[in-house]
Design a protein around this ligand. Structure first.
Ligand code: HEM
Length: 387
């Protein structure tokens, strides 16, 4: 993809992200108000009811039916989480504006500090809420809880690591891990978009089953969107000595993806009713789509002789190709108290994040290192003299 096209796609990606956040943040801010003033309406439920009817939005198998008691009992914890998360997400998106960064660097720094403070308290209160309440009474409950815990820790970790990086003047790493953290924060609106939007397509599912569907999709899509956003915003410095991989490695990655997909499918097909076996597809489709995008990027980079880019896409290809295997393996290492169903669902929600994040971290590390070398070369007195 040439530079102009990449900027255009990256801009569209960003506008879509802002639109989804702008739709959801007011619903999030309002979510807890009825817990303090019972007459008030909850906008998220109103939107859901208007689209899908109140049986789906509020009846059996809805969040309201299984979580009302926990939300009412811990409403102070929840209001801190939802309010600060909503404001943090809105602030965090401003950080990606090149104009703000260039014209008002002090604003960028102060928004960044505010984001970090609000996000940190919000994630800590999410962890407190999870500690205080048992999982939701539904077959997705325990698995979903593992994903929420991982999300809170991942959001905290990536945000603080981004700050550590900028204090060392490592802009590439700083931007990459800010993108990653915001991609995790965006799971909140995306999950609601999925559970509200997907119901007409699969009317047989109750709302909590669709939260499971959304969480399995986001197990690949959340780290995947961080990967693609980073690749759209970064062009690697051509690096001497980087060579394209032999072709058989691509076949090996494909075999890994097939083996993992068959294993995960077999695990899901072995689950008892009422767990829908179609859940396997909600992992496999995003896993193969993201793999296809990485393979396409790699093939194009190879054809263009861009070995640095080929290596980036190749590492990412391995991350996506390993996602179904990671889902299957993760299902084997969950706590002993988990049922097989809890384990397989947690595998789909959490497992794929591991290899995709490892691949992302490798790509970011290499990009930051080559940027450092370029900066060092420019600092050489003889280079400046030539320039
Ligand atoms: C990515 C990090 C996040 C984590 C780990 C997280 C965690 C949680 C947890 C544990 C709950 C209670 C769920 C339950 O067990 O019933 C919750 C609910 C909620 N969270 Fe978050 N959250 C995150 C991001 C966000 C963001 C960015 C927003 C707002 C923009 C948000 C808004 C809400 C709302 C409104 C609820 C109420 C439940 C509902 O909508 O049905 N969260 N979150």
């Amino acid at each position: 993809m040439d530079g102009h096209k990449r900027i255009a796609v990256s801009r569209r990606f960003f506008v879509l992200t802002v639109a989804i956040a702008a739709f959801y943040v007011p619903l999030a801010l309002n979510y807890t108000w009825p817990l303090f003033a019972p007459g008030l309406s909850r906008w998220q439920d109103a939107v859901n009811t208007a689209i899908n009817g109140d049986g789906y939005a509020l009846g059996d198998g809805s969040v309201e039916s299984v979580r009302h008691g926990a939300y009412a009992e811990h409403r102070m914890v929840l209001i801190v989480h939802t309010t600060l998360a909503g404001i943090a997400l809105a602030l965090g998106l401003f950080q990606f504006s090149a104009r703000v960064r260039a014209r008002w660097p002090a604003a960028h720094r102060w928004i960044g500090r505010s984001y970090l403070a609000l996000m940190s308290v919000s994630m800590l209160t999410a962890l407190v809420f999870l500690y205080l309440t048992p999982p939701a009474q539904h077959f997705i409950g325990p698995a979903f809880e593992t994903q929420l815990r991982a999300l809170a820790i991942g959001t905290l970790g990536s945000g603080w690591y981004a700050v550590y990086a900028i204090r060392r003047r490592d802009v590439v790493t700083h931007q990459a891990w800010m993108i990653y953290g915001i991609a995790l924060m965006m799971t909140a609106p995306l999950l609601r978009v999925i559970w509200i939007g997907i119901q007409p397509l699969i009317p047989q599912h109750d709302l909590l089953t669709n939260i499971g569907v959304g969480s399995v999709i986001l197990g690949v899509a959340a780290p995947g969107s961080a990967v693609f956003a980073f690749m759209l915003t970064q062009q690697p410095t051509p690096a001497a000595g980087v060579r394209c991989a032999p072709r058989w490695t691509y076949g090996a990655a494909l075999l890994l993806a097939i083996a993992g997909s068959l294993t995960y499918t077999a695990l899901v097909l072995g689950l008892p009713a009422p767990i829908p076996h179609s859940l396997a597809l909600f992992h496999l489709v995003p896993a193969w789509l993201t793999l296809a995008v990485a393979v396409r990027g790699m093939v194009r980079a190879r054809a263009a002789g861009d070995t640095a880019r080929e290596r980036q896409w190749r590492w990412l290809m391995w991350g996506f190709a390993a996602a179904p295997t990671a889902a299957s393996l993760y299902a084997q290492i969950v706590p002993p108290a988990f049922t097989t169903a809890d384990a397989v669902l947690a595998g789909g929600m959490d497992g794929p994040v591991i290899p995709i994040t490892v691949a992302f971290a490798l790509v970011v590390h290499a990009a930051a290192r080559s940027q450092r070398h370029t900066d060092d070369d420019l600092d050489e007195p003889n280079v400046l003299a030539v320039a």
